[in-house]
Write a protein that binds this ligand. Structure first.
Ligand code: XMP
Length: 333
């Protein structure tokens, strides 16, 4: 709408004024905030922006290609894609503790991003080197890190964030979404031409599938989980609730599949199978602090289950998680 249009004009002018003819680096995760920040900054300064997309190998099916297709293919932005999946898998081998996994993933992510940012800072032919680091920080993040929100005494899960990176890299900080709430960021994303499916995507944790594969992370497990999860998400998007006219994807706040590294017995044709189990998780929540499991239609669960078992060789049992938060958490790790 016109209001968002004039907001974009103002934001673009402000970014141009701040940055001048200098160059900017931005870490692209595929999430809403960094994507909207990238689209806005690209609108403002075009080729002076370079996005760095670190693929830790724990992303969803085709996610890396989708991010590249959108930012490089459609927006024609510079994007450096770093495939670090082997490094992450190597460092995660043998590690089963959820917090330890989070710490390893968080540390490697920062290492890989920093190494790439250092290169961009140094510059090369045609690039004089970046002076800015852009981040998709939004207003609630600002409030949270300012300590205005009361912090719980016990940390249930350590969420890795990339605080302090600009200082460590000696770069100036550019945060064009600092004053916006999530809804406004989404509105801005739509106005900038990002697809609805990306702007209204469920949140995805930084450690990715690393906390959705229980215990040790293995490539085999990640590959099975990616395929099962894609089927669940596709079915949620294809199933519309007649009462509201909305899809079950939009009626849930977060939905995903969890890989359980245990085997159970099944039967397929004339033969016995002995394969892995997955759990489907779908919740409704307004703040992610408490959440109810979603009362998905049986037909949707039935179709998802039969598709996963028939299409993903290696999984022969699908369960549905009927635990609310608290006492369960949304993620299983
Ligand atoms: P829990 O599992 O604690 O999740 O009920 C609440 C919300 O936080 C997300 N989550 C994370 N996000 N890094 C993140 O960036 C993490 O380590 C992490 N752990 C949980 C979770 O997906 C849910 O939206």
């Amino acid at each position: 709408d016109w209001q968002m249009g004039s907001y974009i004009d103002e934001a673009v002018a402000k970014i141009r004024e701040q940055v001048g003819d200098e160059e900017v680096i931005l870490g692209l995760s595929g999430g809403v905030d960094s994507s909207v920040a990238a689209a806005l900054i690209h609108r403002a300064i075009g080729d002076q922006l370079t996005c760095v997309f670190v693929d830790h190998g724990l992303l969803r099916l085709n996610e890396g290609d989708m991010v590249m297709g959108m930012f490089e293919g459609q927006l024609h932005a510079h994007v450096v894609r770093v495939d670090a999946s082997e490094l992450f898998l190597k460092e995660l081998a043998g590690v089963t503790d959820p917090e330890q996994k989070r710490k390893i993933i968080g540390r490697l992510f920062v290492d890989v991003f920093k190494a790439e940012a250092e290169k961009l800072k140094a510059g090369d032919k045609g690039h004089k080197g970046a002076q800015w680091l852009a981040q998709g920080t939004i207003y609630p993040d600002v409030v949270e890190s300012g300590g205005t929100k009361t912090k719980k005494a016990t940390t249930i899960k350590s969420h890795h964030n990339v605080g302090g990176l600009p200082e460590q890299l000696g770069l100036k900080l550019l945060e064009p979404l600092r004053e916006l709430f999530k809804d406004e960021v989404r509105g801005l994303g739509v106005a900038l031409g990002l697809p609805h499916s990306m702007v209204y995507r469920h949140p995805f944790p930084g450690p990715g599938l690393g906390v959705r594969i229980l215990g040790e992370v293995k490539k085999e497990y990640a590959d099975l989980l990616r395929r099962a999860d894609a089927i669940f998400i596709e079915e949620l998007r294809n199933c519309t609730d007649p009462a509201t006219g909305k899809t079950w994807y939009d009626l849930t706040s977060q939905a995903f599949t969890v890989f359980l590294p245990v085997k159970s017995v099944g039967v397929m044709g004339d033969g016995r199978t002995y394969d892995y189990v997955v759990a489907l998780r779908a919740v409704q929540t307004s703040d992610f602090m408490t959440a109810d499991w979603a009362e998905l239609p049986y037909g949707l669960l039935k179709k998802t289950s039969s598709r996963i078992i028939n299409e993903v060789r290696g999984i022969n049992r699908v369960t549905y998680d009927v635990s609310s938060k608290p006492p369960a958490t949304i993620e299983w790790e």
